[in-house]
Design a protein around this ligand. Structure first.
Ligand code: NAD
Length: 484
């Protein structure tokens, strides 16, 4: 690719330097990309600014914008195979999963199209005789969108079509590990009718590209998905010039199984919940909380199933767990496994890298005997590692569930409706799944409490992030002021 996407076309970086992406599963080079500089960000912001301040996009009707968003969805669908293959090669995720994600991404564009036609405010006809108050929603301006490597096309599709729906323009920085599909998306959206300058993509590293976007004076809102540590830096940078900032960050999500649950039904979602996307998933159900009376039996069943999970070449259709993204992430997983062993948790299965000629693969791993204070119980590992804890009472389950800095999501299994709702109310997390796990719908808001983030994506409130409210007050008929 070797170029950024700015002003409706591929353009070379100002410095001309390149970087490469490497397949985590095959150790082969996948792409050469422009190594973005501050100058490239300024050029992209200028392009987005001009498209917002004097281009047609913010002034088009919702119906016209919706048509373009739907046409982009159609093109994602048409190019699904090609996009999925590129995403698998850059991220290491299984190809069947990648294909499903491309279709889900297309659906997000279609859902955002419905919101383009429902950008509504309020009217107050109750302010007194001759008075009318209008509350209008206007596009916020230029949006800076920064995304991670674990779900590249899906996560940009949780942001970009929603920003576009209300008339914003955008400067995007995909992860340096997986920029390919985001660049292709920009070209597809252009083909679908997004005017030049409305979407701009600068490839490169957090420093300087991400940092420059976060603090740029001419960007109006920031939407960031990534780690909590970088999210704090982005929020601080955005705060310096009082830009609005929404953050989707990490998680250490509890999956709670009560003794009265349908254990047969819970088993597969528990194993899926932790090993999906190699555990490199903000929503990973990486803490399994089992009620004591069923802990031994259910642990045995989890172990049996975990040992059957197919790990291997992500291009193979039957693979469920592909490759770990890179060496630093693998080292982090190994360190957590070592810390679990050192602190007295029992390693029941897995715990090692799988020896292969190429790439980095890690065995689906289960620890039990984990106590709430251990790092493997509290911290995001971002790998295929399950930590099993036990509890006696509902209060104890909730106490353990809330005992991390995070609050992204939580799952619970019970046949008692009182238990289900009490846990749902008392667990501090943005999403609660009752008798299911990690389901998602475009209609339902997604985001975190506490250190898992700020703001919400998806759902009908998602476009609020990308709009400003304007109050318009109107006097009707004869005006009689009496101040003097
Ligand atoms: P990361 O924070 O390292 O990087 C995310 C993005 O920020 C990348 O594009 C990166 O280049 C950029 N970046 C790095 N330094 C920056 C800086 N100083 N200023 C601006 N941008 C900078 O995260 P990652 O390793 O790519 O992704 C994994 C993390 O993302 C995990 O913690 C995971 O939980 C989180 N995540 C959260 C969600 C969610 O919706 N809550 C979804 C997916 C991933």
């Amino acid at each position: 690719m070797e170029k950024h996407w700015i002003g409706g076309k591929y353009v070379r970086g100002a410095k001309g330097d390149l970087f490469t992406t490497v397949s985590p599963a095959h150790d082969t080079t996948i792409g050469n990309y422009a190594l973005g500089s501050e100058q490239d960000v300024h050029t992209a912001v200028q392009s987005a600014r001009t498209a917002f301040d004097s281009g047609p996009w913010p002034h088009m009707s919702g119906q016209e914008r919706a048509q373009v968003l739907c046409a982009t969805a159609d093109l994602i669908h048409i190019h699904c195979e090609e996009l999925a293959r590129l995403e698998t090669l850059e991220s290491g995720k299984p190809i069947t999963q990648a294909k499903a994600e491309m279709e889900t991404a297309a659906d997000l564009w279609r859902y955002a199209a419905t919101l383009a036609r429902h950008t509504v405010g309020e009217a107050y006809n109750s302010l007194g005789e001759n008075k009318l108050g209008l509350v209008l929603r206007e596009p916020a301006g230029v949006a800076g969108l920064i995304t991670p490597w674990n779900f590249p096309l899906l996560i940009i599709s949780q942001k970009l079509p929603f920003a576009l729906a209300v008339g914003c323009t955008a400067v995007i920085k995909p992860s340096e590990l997986t920029p390919g599909t985001t660049l292709k998306l920009a070209a597809l959206a252009h083909e679908a009718g997004v005017p030049p300058g409305v979407i701009n993509v600068v490839t490169g590293f957090g420093n300087p590209v991400g940092a420059c976007i976060a603090e740029h004076e001419d960007i109006d809102v920031i939407s960031f998905t990534g780690s909590t540590a970088v999210g704090r830096r982005v929020a601080a940078a955005a705060g310096r010039n009082l830009k609005r900032c929404s953050l989707e960050l990490g998680g250490k999500n509890p999956h709670i199984i009560f003794a009265d649950a349908d254990l047969d039904a819970a088993l597969d979602p528990v194993v899926f919940g932790v090993y999906f996307n190699m555990g490199e998933c903000c929503n990973s159900g990486s803490r399994l909380l089992l009620q004591e009376s069923i802990a031994e039996e259910f642990t045995a069943r989890v172990l049996e199933l975990a040992r059957t999970v197919p790990v291997g070449d992500p291009l193979a259709e039957d693979t469920k767990v592909g490759a770990i993204i890179n060496e630093p992430q693998l080292a982090k997983i190994n360190e957590y496994v070592q810390s679990g062993k050192d602190l007295g948790a029992r390693l029941r299965t897995g715990g090692r890298q799988i020896p292969t000629l190429n790439g980095r693969f890690f065995e689906p791993t289960v620890f039990d005997g984990v106590t709430p204070q251990m790092p493997i119980a509290k911290e995001e590992i971002f790998g295929p590692v399950l930590s099993i804890l036990t509890f006696r009472t509902l209060d104890e389950a909730i106490q353990i569930a809330n005992d991390t800095i995070y609050g992204l999501s939580a799952g619970l299994w019970t046949s008692n409706v009182d238990t289900a709702f009490e846990v749902s109310r008392r667990v501090r997390a943005g999403t609660i799944w009752i008798n299911c796990f990690m389901e998602g719908h475009a209609e339902l808001p997604f985001g975190g409490y506490r250190d898992s983030g700020l703001g919400r994506e998806l759902g009908r409130f998602s476009t609020d992030e990308f709009t400003e409210l304007k109050t318009v007050q109107l006097h009707i008929g004869e005006q009689r002021s009496s101040w003097l």
